[in-house]
Write a protein that binds this ligand. Sequence first.
Ligand code: ACO
Length: 338
Amino acid sequence: MSELQKSGASAQRAAIVGTGSYAPARVMTNADFEKIVDTTDEWITTRTGIKERHFAAEDEATSDMAAEAARRALQAAGAAADEVEMIVVATITPDMPFPNTACLVQEKIGARKAFCFDIEAACSGFVYAAEIARRFVEGGALRTALVIGAEKMSSMIDWKDRSTCVLFGDGAGAAVIQPSRDGRGIRGAVLHSDGSLGELLMVPGGGSRAPASHESVDKGLHFLKMQGREVFKYAVNNMTAAALEVLEKTGLKKDQIACVIPHQANHRIIKAVADRVGIPLERFFINVDRYGNTSAASVIIALDEAVRSGRVRPGDLVMFLVFGGGFTWGAMVLEWSG
Ligand code: ACO
C-alpha cells in the first residue's frame, strides 16, 4: 500500500502548492488619518487593532497588484505561467466592469492557456474562489489553477467618513492549486450566504440599479456604506459557527488546528471569535495592524506571510475563517504541504 493510500488521502486531493502576495509601497498610518478626519491613533487602535495600511498608487489598479502576487505565487510553486489552466480573481474592486480582472491578469503574466473569470463574495471571496478551484482540480478537469484575492479598497473609500475610511487597505494575494503531491492539501470547506442582510454593508451605486451619473456621484453612492455595529455582531456569530461546522465536517478537533487565518477586519472580531470557538488567540495569525481590511485579499496575504515567516510549516493544519458583505461567510481547512 502506498503512503498516499495509507494516509487515506485521495490521489486527486487538491493542495495549495505556492503562495505570493503584494502590498503597494505607500503606507498610511493612523497619525496620517488624524490630519484628514476627526480621529485619533488611540481610537483606531483600541477599536480595530489597525496601525497602518498600504494604498495603491493612483495609476495602480487591482489587476496590477494581482499580477504581481500571481508571479510570486507561481515562483513559490515552481510553476510556469503557461501551465496555468484557470485563473479566478476574487474582488469587489475590479479594474472595470469588464473585461474581468482575471483576463487582465492573464495578459499581464502570459498565462495563455487559462480560462479566466472573477467572483465577487466581498471579504469571503478568496475562500469561495479557492473552493471552486479545488473542485476543478479534485475532479481532474485541470491540473493548475491560480486563485487570487485582490482589492483596491481605496477606490471606494469615502475619505470624509471617519467610521469607515480608517478601516481598509489595498493589496493582493495569490495561491497556486494543483493535485497534491504528498496526500496533504485541502480537507474541506463550508460556504454560506444571507442576502437578507446585504444592506448592512454595500456600495449602492455604479451597477445597473444606480448607474454612474452626476447625481450618483453627488449622493456619494459609489462609496462603501457600513453599519459597523451590526456587521460586527454577525461577523462574530457567523465566523464562530463556520469554524465549528468545518471542524465537524472534516472530523478534526480544535486542538489539531495549528493556525487559524481569520479575515483581517478588526482585532476585536478576531478575539471574540477565538474566545467563542475555544481556540487560543495565540494560534490565530493576525496582521490587521499592518494591512487594515483588504477584503478578498486579506486571508491569502496572511497565509503567504505565515508560510514565508515559518509560522505555518509542512504538516500544519490551517483554518481559513471569512466573513463579508452579502452577507457571505465560510471556512476552509487545509494541511499545509509546503
Ligand atoms: N475616530 C473617532 N471616532 C469615531 C471614528 C473614528 N475613526 N469612527 C467612529 N467614531 C465615533 C462615532 O461617530 C461614534 O461617536 P458618537 O457616539 O458620538 O456618535 C462613536 O465613535 C462610536 O461609533 P460606533 O460606530 O458605535 O463604534 P464601534 O465601537 O461600533 O466601532 C467599528 C466602530 C470599528 C466600525 C466597529 O463597529 C466594527 O469594527 N465593526 C465591524 C465592521 C468591520 O470591520 N467591517 C469591515 C467590513 S466587513 C468585514 O470585513 C467583516
